[in-house]
Design a protein around this ligand. Sequence first.
Ligand code: PEP
Ligand code: MG
Length: 292
Amino acid sequence: QAELLNQLKGKENVTKSGKKINIYANIGAVSDVALVLENDASGIGLFRSEFLYLGREDFPSEEEQFRAYKQVAQNMADKKVIIRTLDIGADKKVDYFNLGEEDNPALGYRAIRICLKQPDIFKTQLRALLRAAVYGNISIMYPMIISVDEVKQIKKIVKEVADELTSLGIDFRIPEQGIMIETPASVIMSEELAHEVDFFSIGTNDLTQYTLAIDRQNSKLDDFYDSHHPAVLRMIKMATDNAHKAGIWCGICGELGADTELTEEFVKMGLDELSVSPSMVLKLRKIVREMD
Ligand code: PEP
Ligand code: MG
């Protein structure tokens, strides 16, 4: 099996009838890039930036973040690297953020909500991302979006950061920017949201949790957590269709993207990208290449 998969390295993700799909990899650390290249993924579809914030006493500096993003971009050469802005809160707690206790952390103060309420934290990360974008094919992705207004606020902050960098004479580039579709609200609003961003990436882990009202970390509910629930599949279809109507691309970066029972259905739905753990890249390539 491993030998057969190895033979697929360097080959395209294309069906027998010529339909292509991008198969990218999810990573959570700079060192994971080795696995991405080893498994011949054509890009990084989700780089979780939380590693920079976890397991330390204070916020990471702009310089430290810049170095990490730049290194990944350079190691990936011209291949796409989609970096997600911080998704701290809920399950990923960090003391120095002083978030306090919440009754419903999954529905709480987390991710883009922290970034919009504490723009200093957000701006430091954005400055590092815009500067690193000069060195490779970086895209930025924003998590936990629920409204068009949030995207407008983000754009305003990105413009402020760009203006500051310009006035300081620091080299930067505003890269492609997309959002995670991982709340039911973002799916329902996907027609409008698609006009505001460059791409969608569906986070099926949270989208399933919020759609089915099932805590993704509560193992007592495993029997109820139906990842193939038609409500979730219809939402994926709806977001994909609305992305295409507006002329932008749509992928999946949640666990469901690696579910081999659904690969054929996702290709048929017209998804442009599946981002999965590096070890799944060649397995999906095999399925796609065997499809009619
Ligand atoms: C998701 O929610 O599907 C996702 C990819 O993000 P995370 O698992 O980091 O919440
Ligand atoms: Mg998520």
